[in-house]
Design a protein around this ligand. Structure first.
Ligand code: ZN
Length: 167
């Protein structure tokens, strides 16, 4: 799934992120920021903001807040889910599974290389009964990319949420 739509709208309305920071929009000069609102890379000339975000539906010790990049103004297009966003297929990613206890399943963290089989790796994790969902993150910065949950018991689907950081 993508970022929570209501929370995104609240950010665009108030200009305040999950940590209470006031956004400082900037114009992207070169493009290539991985946007988490629409799950594509930015284009030169777009107005962006780096914001602190918690991509969790609850609060707790594992529900961390971290930086992501979004459009500074409301944008339209949304990732449709069901597949890994194109922008992350060419980037190394960490698959971070969470158990139903809302903790990281440390023994099953995985690194996926560019053009590695990220779809299969995600499906394998979601096949594990005790895994509730998987977050995909940048392996160096830890910035959040998107999250995947099961659509139904027989079919895993990718729902993209967002996180941050170049490449
Ligand atoms: Zn956007």
């Amino acid at each position: 799934m993508g970022l929570d739509e209501e929370q995104l709208e609240a950010f665009w309305r108030t200009g305040r992120d999950h940590a209470g920071n006031t956004a400082e929009p900037f114009v992207d000069r070169e493009g290539g920021w991985p946007l988490r609102c629409c799950l594509r890379d930015s284009r030169a000339g777009e107005e962006l903001a780096i914001v602190a975000w918690s991509p969790f539906r609850w609060r707790g010790p594992y529900a961390e807040v971290g930086p992501i990049v979004v459009h500074a103004q409301p944008c339209e297009s949304r990732h449709e889910g069901g597949q890994v966003p194109v922008q992350f297929r060419t980037r190394r990613q960490i698959l971070r599974p969470y158990g139903r206890d809302r903790r990281i399943a440390y023994d099953r963290l995985r690194l996926v290389r560019p053009d590695g089989d990220i779809d299969r790796a995600i499906a394998e994790l979601l096949d594990m009964e005790d895994i509730a969902f998987v977050q995909v993150r940048n392996p160096l910065s830890g910035c959040y990319s998107f999250a995947v949950e099961r659509a139904d018991p027989t079919e895993s689907s990718v729902d993209a949420t967002s996180g941050m950081s170049g490449a």
